[in-house]
Design a protein around this ligand. Structure first.
Ligand SMILES: Nc1ncnc2c1ncn2[C@@H]1O[C@H](COP(=O)(O)OP(=O)(O)OP(=O)(O)O)[C@@H](O)[C@H]1O
Ligand SMILES: [Mg+2]
Length: 385
């Protein structure tokens, strides 16, 4: 743990101008398995520490030329040596300025004549703290590196997704265009099977187009190239409902909502969030009942808590984490069309705005999607009705 062979417990530098003190401490500590070095004055100690930093320093206060306080101050002023713990040594009859000793960075003190058990306990204590501190620093550094690596690889993946989806759009557009032409111009040359093939190609190509568009949207959320500004959620919802008008009419969905607040957000991304949650609520309705969707909001713990509630087919509790992952769908494309990216986009949008999203559901009764958005003072301007 401390980087030494098991029998060596740590490297200790003793600084004292009196040889008998040095020797007595050296033998006691060596016997306990410590590697001991000695210095008989301040300048020697500083040189030795800089050349080869020890794990701990036992430092006499009263020394000619340079006293222990000065040595300690110099060590603490140097970034190379300032984390080495210093235990001061003072004679019982000396007045030790404890406040000064701790202020300049000493961690403890021992008094002469030495009580060896006490000296050993204090030394061991400081070395344990130092080792724990070192380990914590190493772990922090490791976490920092992992975090940087993760950020970098996420960014790489997003760039890759963005470039690939962008480049795929064009050739796919060509395929869709020619399949349409084939269907129009050569329809009469094809038998029923041929027509079916053309229809299947057109369907798959359109699905792929959606997939690519959704991937592109996903990769663009959180890239920081859009501006967050006060955004009225009522306006966003009105626009979303207008975009969904056809599906709403076809499904005879009834959508109700409270008056919504203004939040600091990217308007387009909020629209993507509302659109996917509402279109899901409509899409996953029970065949026996037209969809009823309620959008509610309340202020809770300094945040806005939105709820999108439906009376649809529901989700089993064990699936409630999975659905927020990319491409995770609980039904086949034939049962309910979709790419399985919608909720992954919702999660990314909400998290990029500093909120969180989750689902609560009762199979065959309905589903509630909840998400939070930070509320700032500007959001006060709209009351919830
Ligand atoms: N309101 C809901 N009621 C029941 N199941 C839902 C609801 N919303 C989502 N799900 C389930 O979660 C899955 C993932 O939803 P998501 O919106 O990510 O994908 P999708 O709607 O299938 O496709 P996309 O939104 O990408 O077109 C859905 O396929 C569905 O199984
Ligand atoms: Mg969806």
């Amino acid at each position: 743990m401390n980087g030494y062979p098991e029998e060596i417990k740590g490297n200790i530098l003793i600084v004292d101008d009196k040889l008998e003190n040095l020797n007595v401490l050296e033998s006691a500590l060596s016997e306990e398995g410590y590697e001991v070095r000695k210095a008989i004055n301040g300048p020697m100690a500083l040189m030795g520490v800089r050349a080869d930093p020890p794990d701990l320093i036992l430092l006499d206060i009263k020394m000619p030329d340079m006293n222990g306080y000065e040595v300690c101050s110099q060590l603490k002023a140097d970034a190379q040596t300032n984390d080495i713990p210093v235990i001061f040594i003072s004679a019982l009859d000396e007045v030790i300025d404890k406040v000064r000793a701790f202020t300049i960075g000493g961690v403890d003190y021992i008094t002469k004549p030495f009580q060896f058990e006490e000296v050993l306990a204090r030394v061991e204590n400081q070395l344990t703290i130092r080792n724990l501190h070192k380990r914590l620093q190493e772990q922090n550094l490791h976490l920092l590196q992992l975090n940087q690596e993760l950020t970098r690889s996420n960014k790489e993946l997003e760039d890759f997704t963005s470039v690939v989806s962008h480049d795929l759009k064009q050739p796919l557009q060509v395929i869709i265009g020619f399949v349409k032409l084939l269907g129009i111009k050569y329809l009469n040359c094809l038998d029923a099977e041929g027509k079916e093939y053309v229809a299947q190609i057109a369907k798959a190509a359109t699905h792929m187009q959606r997939l690519i568009q959704d991937l592109l949207t996903y990769s663009q959320v959180g890239t920081g190239n859009r501006e967050l500004k006060p955004t009225d959620c009522n306006t966003v919802l009105t626009q979303t409902l207008a975009d969904l008008q056809m599906v709403i009419n076809e499904s005879k969905a009834v959508i109700t909502h409270q008056s919504l607040p203004t939040v600091i957000a990217d308007e387009l991304q909020l629209e993507q969030l509302f659109e996917n949650l509402i279109s899901n609520a409509i899409k996953f309705h029970r065949p026996t009942e037209p969809p009823q969707v309620k959008i509610l909001v309340e202020r809770k713990n300094g945040e806005w808590l939105f709820g999108v509630h439906d009376n649809g087919i529901g989700i089993k509790p064990q699936q409630s984490e999975r659905i927020f992952q990319m491409f995770q769908r609980l039904h086949s494309e034939q049962e309910y069309p979709g790419t399985g990216i919608g909720l992954a986009i919702c999660k990314k949008v909400v998290e990029c705005h500093g909120g969180s999203i989750w689902v609560e559901s009762d199979p065959n009764i309905g589903t509630s999607f909840y998400f939070t958005l930070p509320s700032r003072s500007i959001t006060e301007s709209h009351s919830v009705g």
